[in-house]
Design a binder for this molecule. Structure first.
Ligand SMILES: NC(=O)C1=CN([C@@H]2O[C@H](COP(=O)(O)OP(=O)(O)OC[C@H]3O[C@@H](n4cnc5c(N)ncnc54)[C@H](OP(=O)(O)O)[C@@H]3O)[C@@H](O)[C@H]2O)C=CC1
Ligand SMILES: Cc1cn([C@H]2C[C@H](O)[C@@H](COP(=O)(O)OP(=O)(O)O[C@H]3O[C@@H](C)C(=O)[C@@H](O)[C@H]3O)O2)c(=O)[nH]c1=O
Length: 294
């Protein structure tokens, strides 16, 4: 099975390349050959790569910066994502498209299910929602996989930011009133491979549509920072005290949902995979990051 993935250096892409070894072939396409902001590059690049399945994982992910350049965020996350799905449809192959918890406004008291109405609060969230709509319209043979709070040993993410800040500061301030499910990119890679395996076994009746998949259990950004730094300290790495603050005390350009928690039961029922508890996956990533620094 040949998976062609958009983006070369993204967290999910790099994790998928590691986890797919011996299970599926992965070809990662990035700029300049495939540039989501230049739709004319997309169909030829995908056709040349001869996919059995397209995994649409590249995106404009700078949440605050997107507020200042909405045209670029929409070009990449909406028009570009739609063109990827359309190119896959023309090749007669399905697409797995990654999306986000930030499509929700966060006002719900319980975890969000796939039935809940999206209402993004940020340009990034709106551009990702427009991407979902474009993908669904272009290629009925799709899974739109919404995930959340992704971290990994790769690229930029909140966990790496906390470890880096703790090297130079002994006191950090982190919001404690936004709640979600931290998700290791390696677990998302396993979810993608579970979809691939299910589709292989049930080629005639592939489960399709929107699915939620995120780390099991929940916490706040403050809880995530504290646990990451506790693991770091126990392993001889940097540590800092983390003060719990409110969103109002940490103003950002883009508004974030207060509740980002995703209900992942539909994914488990249809694809047979549930992510480990977030603390378990986090511990492995923090230890790997510390080992790589030394
Ligand atoms: N990060 C998170 O917390 C979350 C992410 N998601 C979604 O999951 C998916 C994967 O996220 P993640 O792995 O963290 O992403 P990253 O931010 O780690 O990587 C994004 C990738 O997209 C590529 N990219 C950006 N713009 C373009 C473009 N114009 N043309 C081609 N490639 C481009 C980047 O390339 P380059 O390296 O060259 O810049 C990079 O490889 C995305 O769809 C994201 O929206 C969902 C929920 C949470
Ligand atoms: C660095 C820092 C952030 N924060 C807050 C700001 C924000 O509310 C929260 C998270 O900060 P970040 O900006 O690192 O994370 P953010 O970029 O909002 O992360 C999001 O990325 C996109 C791509 C997604 O799809 C989402 O699921 C989510 O993972 O933590 C602090 O309170 N203190 C700090 O020192």
């Amino acid at each position: 099975m040949r998976l062609v993935v958009t983006g070369r250096e993204g967290q999910v892409v790099r994790s998928l390349m590691e986890r797919a070894k011996g299970r599926a072939e992965v070809v990662a396409l990035g700029r300049p050959a495939l540039d989501l902001a230049r739709p004319e590059t997309i169909a030829p690049a995908l056709a040349d790569a001869r996919p059995d399945i397209v995994v649409s994982a590249a995106a404009y992910t700078a949440v605050d910066q997107a507020e200042d350049e909405p045209e670029r965020a929409f070009a990449v996350n909406a028009t570009g994502a739609g063109a990827v799905a359309e190119a896959a449809a023309r090749l007669g192959v399905p697409v797995i498209h990654l999306s986000t918890d930030y499509v929700f406004d966060g006002t719900k008291e319980h975890p969000y299910s796939e039935e809940d109405a999206p209402a993004p609060r940020s340009v990034y969230g709106a551009s990702k929602l427009a991407g979902e709509e474009a993908v669904a319209a272009a290629n009925p043979d799709h899974v739109i996989l919404r995930t959340a709070w992704v971290y990994s040993p790769f690229g930029k993410n909140f966990v790496k930011t906390m470890l880096a800040l703790a090297q130079t500061r002994d006191h950090l301030r982190v919001v404690d009133d936004q709640h979600g499910n931290p998700s290791a990119a390696h677990d998302i890679a396993e979810a993608v491979l579970a979809i691939v395996e299910t589709w292989r076994r049930r080629a005639e009746r592939r489960p399709r549509g929107v699915y939620h998949f995120a780390g099991s259990g929940e916490t706040s950004w403050c809880g995530l920072a504290r646990h990451a730094l506790a693991v770091s300290r126990a392993a001889g790495g940097p540590h800092a005290e983390v003060e719990a603050i409110t969103t109002a005390e940490y103003p950002t350009r883009a508004a974030r949902p207060r509740n980002s928690r995703l209900d992942c039961r539909r994914f488990r029922a249809d694809f047979g995979y549930l992510a480990p508890e977030w603390q378990t996956s986090l511990e492995a990533v923090v230890k790997r990051l510390l080992a790589e620094v030394v």
